[in-house]
Design a protein around this ligand. Sequence first.
Ligand SMILES: [Zn+2]
Length: 130
Amino acid sequence: MNWFRRFMQGRYGPDSLSLVMLVAALIINAVANFTHLLVLSVIALALLALAFFRMLSRDYNRRYSENQKLLGLCYRVRNSFFRQKDKLAQSKDYRFFKCPSCKNNLRVPRGKGRVYVTCPRCGERFMKKT
Ligand SMILES: [Zn+2]
């Protein structure tokens, strides 16, 4: 076990992105075995090699920033999912519009008839039916 610790000294090691790549490689390999498509086997092998390259890499900063990009993407996807869920929960009492000039999301109470909506960000005024 000591030689392994010495071998991994100064190397980046496993992270979320490497794990995702390994799992993707396994899934793609399983599909490749099932469909007998050589191109999928090659992609799975390339992903596997890339995952190991990342884990054994000594360029800590670059590997770290790659992983941060994945985590940022996951955060944005999760955030947008929860925003949609929140919107759906509020859709009985509110209507949602996008400002035509700055694309800001606006929330207006339902059942007020035709109203002028004023965007708080850019001041654009537009008529909407609530
Ligand atoms: Zn606006």
